[in-house]
Design a protein around this ligand. Sequence first.
Ligand code: UD1
Ligand code: UDP
Length: 372
Amino acid sequence: MLKVMNIAGARPNFMKIAPIVAAMKRRASEFQPLVVHTGQHYDEAMSEAFFRDLDLPRPDVYLGVGSGTHAAQTAAVMQAFEPVVIKEKPDWAVVVGDVNSTLAGAIVCAKLHIKVAHVEAGLRSRDRSMPEEINRLLTDQVADLLLTPSRDGDANLRAEGIPEARVRFVGNVMIDSLMTQLDRARQSSVLKTLELQEKSYAVLTLHRPSNVDEQTAFIRILDALELISERLPIVFPAHPRTRKMIDELGLGPRVQSIKDLRVVDPIGYLDFLRLESCARLVLTDSGGIQEETTVLGIPCIPRRENTERPITVEMGTNPIAGTDTNQIVAAAPRALDNPLPDSNVRIPEFWDGRTADRILDALIECSSDRGV
Ligand code: UD1
Ligand code: UDP
């Protein structure tokens, strides 16, 4: 029996640990799962809502670290988490994604000689100005088992000299959640509540510091949105960072001046899946949403200069549009006027809803293999 500590802290972590914890509960003779929530995200709409929607058991441990600078937040997680690991002595810690809680959890466990498995290993944007890229590089260095979502991840790790024995290609666990919850999401009344018709609106999400923390970049994006909103209304569930920056940068009046841009609070997982899967177009800088639109076959314009997820571009739904107004505005009509036929939707290898079980199999295999 393996005692496994599953660490989550921010919104995109919850849909990654949910299928892993559910699979461990199904395989109860092999696994004893514990859930640790660092509290990096803490608003009801960024945290609690996901535990409900994803049927995630309440965390066994809540660290409650909250917001802070990168150093303060990472250190706060490490300090609060260390005594928990010392007390629980798990066989493995599973960390997911690339947020500060991921790196903090991995470092604490590595120094206490607890084996670390990193889910979503090997992704690289090659842009070290992104805090997530630093988190990815360092987490992969200290983790014992690197579980990649796509073959490009394996190649990146190989190029960094990480031994093959530490790497397993398992696929994308976020898609396990999507496939499990899509039927339930169809019951959502979000379209009715927001008075939207299927395939007649765009969904926008935006939270990267490079897009929202700097006035010039944010204004360029708003200029592009104004032009796109002349073709179809845009619904914008705004991340708390983005809300805060709209206020701090004095952009409230500019946002309000865009008639068909509707800002709403962050939306729960099931409602968001419904909103996303019925959209005509998705505009986003979210890594997870780029992956979900790839599987759903929804045209998606990532507002990014680069991506750590090249497979979402290769599959055809996500051209990289950059942050330049002209590029974004040119990409939108291309996506709107040339919808991808359903028959052309290409699902990446192992994005099949069965990644959690492959992760569990890898943990078992590598527990007996002292070479890992
Ligand atoms: C974090 C991750 C990012 C991920 C994103 C997903 C890091 C470095 N960044 O970015 O990779 O894509 O989550 O959503 O880990 N805030 C609230 N309520 C909350 C949470 C945050 O008001 O529940 C506000 C606070 O003002 C906070 C700010 O949002 O300072 C930023 O939060 P933080 O967790 O530091 O980074 P994110 O931008 O959310
Ligand atoms: N998401 C959600 N509600 C929202 C915005 C996003 O449920 O209002 C979900 C989305 O479907 C995906 C995940 O949150 O599963 C992506 O998280 P986020 O964009 O915060 O982080 P990233 O993937 O960029 O790290």
